[in-house]
Design a protein around this ligand. Sequence first.
Ligand SMILES: *Cc1c(COP(=O)(O)O)cnc(C)c1O
Length: 409
Amino acid sequence: MIKINENYLKLASSYLFVEIARRVAAFQERNPDREIIRLGIGDVTRPLPPACVEALRAAAAEMGEPSGFRGYGPEQGYGFLRERIAGSDYQARGVDVDADEIFISDGSKCDTGNIQELFAGDIAIAVPDPVYPVYVDTNVMAGRTGKFADGRYGGLVYLEGNSANGFVPAPPAGAHADLIYLCFPNNPTGSVATKEQLKAWVDYAKAEKALILFDAAYEAFIADPFVPHSIYEIEGAREVAIEFRSFSKTAGFTGTRCAFTVIPKSCAAFDAAGAAHPLHALWNRRHSTKFNGVSYPVQRAAEAVYIGEGPAQVRETIAYYMANAALIKAQMGALGYRCTGGVNAPYIWIECGSGSWEFFDMLLNDAGVVCTPGAGFGRCGEGFIRISAFNSRENVEKALSMIGAAVKK
Ligand SMILES: *Cc1c(COP(=O)(O)O)cnc(C)c1O
């Protein structure tokens, strides 16, 4: 008899975006003539930077010529891209990361989801609440949690984010964790951590012989000069942290697929006898066994983010989204809602003064606007909603005027 992995049965059943889609479809059916503006799902809307499109075209043409054709590339990614990343994203900011510490992949969702394969089944895992659901769900699938009850899985250490800590949880005093997920700028709250706050985490990881998994998918949206772009700006992080970045939100690659993971050679985890093993070698083994590389044209498109007109085009798109974010933050603030985010991240996290789903239904029914209920990101998200800046200016302005009218009703 073929048996299933029963850990999958523990997964909380109502997946957030499925439930949102169900409610939106029901509303549309009741109101076939009403316009709906979607500020919910975290997907980009602006087209690829022209420099990336040009690079894709040129690389596709190369692949069609006997002299330019390429078969399997290096599983870790082409040197041309890894060197650009190391140079532009790290060394140019004074951060010590080498090209061969970078693994190119087809997405940070996969990388943040797959990395847990390197660790033992009985480790203690700390995860922020609220946060991107992939970290928790992949550990549930791997059997590292108990059952789901009251919005939480047994066996996890939840790091609570709230207005008091600005949605930047501190290391848990007196509690041990072996593996710590952090995401800054944060999805869904848009919060950012200062150097001092990240240093507290690095010090905690050292003291606990733990490892930090740092998801920096929204790094490109950081505007304030005091906000660190990389965990490796913190002294000592090269021993205790892995960093994930993606071209998805940076350069509109959600449908093109390219990301990377940084594993410093000095970063280790331990066997049962306490001997240290470099994680770079383990991940290299895993990656080259289960992954065959990102396509050549896509890696050339990612390279274009760093050269010629690419950087300016990327900055322009990000500035467009961030102008949306500023409008959303200003309008929701003017309506009396307390907001986090929207300055160094494309998300505005809004304290709605009622249940997340109630407020979601009110915005949908009275304004025709789709947001994301905070409760979908963890128990601490209850009472909040997330509004995304990924849309056209026109839609954002229309949505804000509809929300204004609905709220004053
Ligand atoms: C969008 C997002 C990613 C990126 O995922 P890709 O698979 O690279 O598209 C990673 N982490 C967070 C928190 C995100 O919101």
